[in-house]
Write a protein that binds this ligand. Structure first.
Ligand SMILES: [Zn+2]
Length: 152
């Protein structure tokens, strides 16, 4: 792990509780991919230190709009995109910190997932492979069929 680097924890939201406690364990987060259903399982090395998701269980179109700011995506733009969901509680149990990071957006849903290394409290990148695997498995759990997307 020689070239792992440490970064500061993302700073937070104005919701009241500390940003890393803001989401409750039973809230879903939504991950978007634009790569034919292939989802990343770690932050991009050299680009980011946290992993971006959106709070809630959002539809593909809603998530795409949040990420790209494109309010009316064309069907072909959505064709190669996909969303998947994880429960905040599962991510926390797996050792991740889920931080609400809406920036300046009122009611923003942007949320950052960080891995705080072996010593909690530090943000460490890149993630060890095992950590990425664990991350992916949080998103692979089946979702109860009756659960509609929050914005449906
Ligand atoms: Zn918040």
């Amino acid at each position: 792990m020689g070239d792992q680097r440490k970064a500061t924890m993302p700073s937070g939201c104005g919701c009241g509780p500390p940003p890393h406690e803001c989401l409750s364990d039973d809230e879903y987060v939504t991950q978007l991919t634009g790569r034919n259903g292939q989802f990343r399982n770690a932050p991009r090395v050299g680009v980011e230190v946290d992993f971006s998701v959106h709070r809630g269980r959002l539809s593909l179109a809603a998530t795409y709009t949040k990420v790209t700011k494109d309010s009316s995506p064309l069907p072909e733009e959505l064709q190669n995109s996909g969303v998947r969901y994880a429960l905040t509680g599962d991510l926390r149990t797996a050792g991740f910190t889920v931080v609400h990071t809406p920036g300046k957006i009122i009611d923003g849903t942007h949320t950052s997932i960080v891995w705080a290394g072996e010593d909690l409290g530090e943000v460490v990148v890149p993630w060890p492979e095992k950590v990425s695997e664990t991350f992916g498995s949080c998103f692979d759990k089946p979702i109860p069929h009756s659960d509609e997307a929050d914005d449906a």
